[in-house]
Design a protein around this ligand. Structure first.
Ligand SMILES: Cc1cc2nc3c(=O)[nH]c(=O)nc-3n(C[C@H](O)[C@H](O)[C@H](O)COP(=O)(O)OP(=O)(O)OC[C@H]3O[C@@H](n4cnc5c(N)ncnc54)[C@H](O)[C@@H]3O)c2cc1C
Length: 330
């Protein structure tokens, strides 16, 4: 068991969140001979924690789980503890600008604490919206944990070839996701709107065009609310509906979007949020203000920033931000 890290009064870099992006930012800081404090609620909140099988991670033929990859990255960061403090579970509550940098307020070991840094890297990721059954998100967890319900077309689209797929969602994003999945040649795709009228909030003529496209590609919809889930032992996604009927699919696919994009802290420091809700950044992952100018000392990396949500992208953005801070700011 590693010992507890010693909290310093200040670091060169403050890193908020330690999923794949934040851990890489911590490691890179140490390699560039900077100190960093890395603060994380806990690996179980990282998005890939419930990715049982990842096929695009360089150096791992035959795939590995998100959980195993996080463990490896955590071990790498713990190995540079002379420069980098990895604090978990540590919930960050606020980052404030002060003369010469930033003050970070967080809970750790049941106490509210503060520390300071010259620059801050936000790496808080995003949180997927989950199917709710009677107000509870837990029922779908077993299907998500076994990879029977997927969440990311870029990550898992390739596993759907020849499979029947039930797509969860009712809005424009869900309709577009169902259409996009056809690229991977599933045997069938069906939309499960869970009691919501399909495309209710979409204005004409976009609504009519999307409905026509769904029909042309033989993507039907099931609008009855979902009452319960079944089929976990058979590794299938079986859906019992409120109207008394059932549907069974090889795979489910969640197109429910995001629950939390963690906008509050970057916004409080002057960062602008793009039209999809992500933090606007430049190519060095500097957060941009509403006029497109970099917010001094503020970076955003990984899923939380604008761009694609993938682990190689999380790593690359972390490297870019820390190298930029090293070369230009610290
Ligand atoms: C089911 C699934 C399968 C996936 N499969 C793949 C795949 O095969 N290949 C691939 O490349 N990508 C995959 N992804 C995407 C990948 O998981 C994300 O791109 C990646 O996790 C992003 O890393 P991140 O560090 O930006 O965010 P995360 O990994 O989500 O980490 C964010 C961290 O921030 C912390 N945090 C948030 N708020 C606070 C706070 N207030 N205080 C302290 N800490 C905080 C959380 O605890 C968390 O550890 C998948 C995603 C899902 C959901």
């Amino acid at each position: 068991m590693p010992g507890l890290p010693k909290l310093k009064e200040s670091y060169e870099l403050l890193i908020v969140g330690a999923g794949h992006a934040g851990l890489q930012a911590g490691l890179k800081s140490a390699l560039l001979h900077h100190t960093a404090g890395v603060f994380d609620r806990g690996p179980k909140y990282a998005r890939s924690f419930y990715a049982p099988r990842m096929d695009n991670i360089p150096g791992f033929p035959g795939s590995l789980s998100g959980h195993a990859l996080l463990d490896k990255q955590i071990a790498q960061v713990r190995a540079v503890e002379d420069r980098v403090g990895y604090f978990t579970p540590a919930q960050v509550h606020a980052v404030r600008r002060i003369p010469d940098g930033f003050e970070l307020e967080f809970d750790w070991l049941r106490e509210r604490r503060t520390t300071r840094g010259r620059a801050v890297v936000f790496a808080m990721g995003v949180v997927d919206r989950m199917l709710q059954l009677q107000g509870d998100i837990k029922p779908i967890f077993p299907w998500a944990n076994f990879g029977i319900v997927d969440f990311c077309i870029l990550c898992d689209g390739h596993t759907l070839s020849g499979k029947s797929v039930g797509v969860l969602g009712h809005d424009r994003f869900a309709a577009l996701t169902a259409l996009d999945l056809l690229h991977f040649e599933p045997s069938s795709v069906e939309l499960l709107t869970h009691g919501e009228p399909l495309l209710r909030e979409v204005d004409e003529p976009v609504r009519a065009a999307l409905l026509a496209e769904l029909e042309a590609h033989q993507i039907p919809r099931v609008e009855s609310p979902i009452a319960s889930l079944d089929g976990i032992r058979e590794k299938r996604f079986e859906v019992h509906l409120a109207d008394g009927t059932s549907r069974t699919y090889d795979k489910g696919f969640s197109a429910l979007g995001w629950w939390d994009l963690h906008q509050e802290m970057p916004r409080s420091l002057g960062a602008a949020i793009d039209s999809e809700g992500f933090v606007s950044v430049d190519e060095d992952c500097r957060a941009l203000d509403a006029d497109g100018h970099p917010v001094p000392g503020v970076y955003c990396v990984g899923d939380q920033k604008s761009g694609w949500n993938q682990i190689p992208e999380a790593w690359a953005s972390a490297e870019r931000a820390v190298i930029h801070a090293y070369a230009n700011y610290l």
